[in-house]
Design a binder for this molecule. Structure first.
Ligand SMILES: *[C@@H]1O[C@H](CO)[C@@H](O)[C@H](O)[C@H]1NC(C)=O
Length: 477
């Protein structure tokens, strides 16, 4: 007995010390847990604000910006925000044109760039005979498009996204949660390629939504506009690598935007007859102060087995050329913003130089991201989507309204549109919060957008007037 007491007496200070140490460690540990990873990069893009989007037309001053690198980090951040009673917004590559990432001192911004793991592609098991189905790949939400392109191209066998958005710098978390669309009629929006997603909800719990297990819940979760939690990963259906024949032509805009009963069906036949189509109206490309000799840049893509085209420009030079072209265009944009009356002559010359018909055969990702790797051309963009009517007459009317208004402005010395009016088409989305959701799976939606260089005088007023017309007359959203 004595021995025990003695031992206890000797041990007591040690036990106390250990308890103290353990609690200290736990304390240190809990401080660790409560402190999500610090960001090593800045999101201010040279502005006075803590965060701005890529174009610099949205900014915010969140209480703190977090840069998670793992699922545990996400859970830690959510718990931390819950105890601090803070909102959470997320940002990927900050390419969004909407206010989705904006949160100020009542919240935290979570930048997903460190969640950049791509898991091994696998074949989807189809039911029945257990035969292998199409390929799929799981990507964390911060994976950038160009990195998945490279990864899939190096896979054996080489794989590719069947369709995609133009830029290669956005993240999958961003484009899939917002319902981005690409230009292919056969694949619907990019979000419709998703088969499973995982997110951390407001309780800090990882939730999985699967197309197979619960299609209704899944359709509500995939395009979530950031409302359901922090997205951890998406699993996307991908295709074996394929080639696309890309054909550029420059018809007169009046061939399509004249009489809606003639131009509409012509447009519809092109859209239905190609794997992808992009119709780009080039403002002030003609010689006069009306649209009669303005040109369209009509881009069409079909799958092909033809041999790849040889580029005259070595691969290593292409990126710098694209960047150079981006800076050159930005310089032209600044010049036009400062001297609006130069808009028409400048654009006429540019379009005359660039308007040569051509065709080439490219691997799918290169053909889809034809605008290439330039991030330097900073522009403003206002985009809407609406359901096309059977003969596409409303597509012609929507475009013609914007062009006519643009020339009304021009007659008063204001040139609000100086890059493009762009039309692309996809079939409706099954995702409930998608801008092109429709119960009719065969409905074709037109994605219409106005693009001008940043700083172009009159763009805000012009694009707002056009938006109101599109919303009122075509139910655009
Ligand atoms: C794609 O194929 C369709 C049907 O064969 C054809 O009408 C169309 O012109 C083709 N497009 C291109 C870009 O070659």
């Amino acid at each position: 007995m004595m021995d025990y007491v003695q031992v206890l007496v000797i041990m007591l200070p040690n036990i106390a010390l250990s308890v103290w140490l353990v609690s200290l460690l736990a304390h240190v540990h809990s401080v660790d847990v409560a402190l999500p990873p610090k960001c090593t990069k800045s999101f201010s893009r040279g502005s006075a604000h803590k965060w701005t989007n890529w174009a610099g037309n949205w900014f915010a001053d969140p209480e703190q910006i977090f840069c998670p690198r793992s699922l545990n980090d996400l859970i830690t951040i959510v718990n931390h925000a819950a105890t601090q009673k803070k909102k959470i917004r997320t940002t990927g590559a900050s390419h969004s044109w909407s206010s989705a990432c904006v949160v100020n001192n009542d919240g935290f911004l979570v930048a997903t760039g460190g969640l950049n793991k791509i898991f091994d592609p696998f074949k989807i098991k189809t039911g029945g005979g257990g035969s292998d189905g199409p390929w799929a790949v799981e990507v964390q939400s911060g994976v950038v498009l160009k990195d998945l392109d490279t990864f899939l191209q190096r896979h054996d066998p080489p794989l590719t996204m069947p369709s995609n958005v133009g830029t290669i710098f956005a993240t999958y978390g961003g484009i899939l949660s917002m319902g981005c669309h690409g230009a292919s009629l056969s694949t619907r929006t990019i979000s419709d390629l998703v088969i499973e997603m995982k997110l951390v909800d407001a309780k800090g719990t990882l939730r999985t939504f699967s197309k197979e297990k619960d299609p209704a819940e899944f359709a509500a979760a995939v395009v979530n506009l950031g409302l359901l939690g922090i997205i951890y990963s998406y699993t996307i259906r991908v295709d074996p690598m394929f080639k696309l024949l890309m054909v550029d032509s420059y018809p007169l805009a009046s061939e399509y935007f004249g009489d809606p009963s003639i131009g509409g069906p012509k447009l519809r036949d092109i859209v239905l007859g190609n794997y992808m189509t992009s119709v780009i109206y080039r403002p002030f490309s003609g010689d006069r102060l009306d649209y009669s000799d303005d040109r369209l840049w009509l881009k069409r893509w079909n799958r092909t087995d033809r041999a790849l085209s040889h580029s005259l420009v070595p691969q290593c030079l292409q990126t710098s050329l694209q960047d150079g072209l981006g800076s050159f265009s930005t310089c032209l944009g600044q010049h036009m913003a400062a001297h609006p009356s130069s808009t028409r002559p400048v654009l006429h010359v540019v379009h005359t130089i660039m308007g040569t018909s051509s065709e080439s055969v490219l691997r799918a990702p290169n053909a889809i991201h034809f605008t290439g790797g330039s991030e330097t051309l900073v522009h403003l963009d206002m985009g809407f989507s609406f359901k096309t009517d059977r003969d596409f007459a409303n597509v012609v009317q929507a475009s013609k309204y914007a062009i006519d208004l643009m020339y009304e402005y021009a007659h008063q010395g204001v040139f609000p549109l100086n890059i493009a009016l762009n039309l692309r088409f996809v079939k409706s989305s099954a995702m409930i919060m998608s801008h092109v959701y429709d119960e009719d799976p065969e409905a074709i939606y037109c994605m219409i957008e106005l693009l001008s260089f940043k700083g172009t005088p009159g763009f805000d007023e012009f694009s707002t007037t056009v938006a109101q017309y599109w919303m009122k007359n075509f139910g655009a959203r």
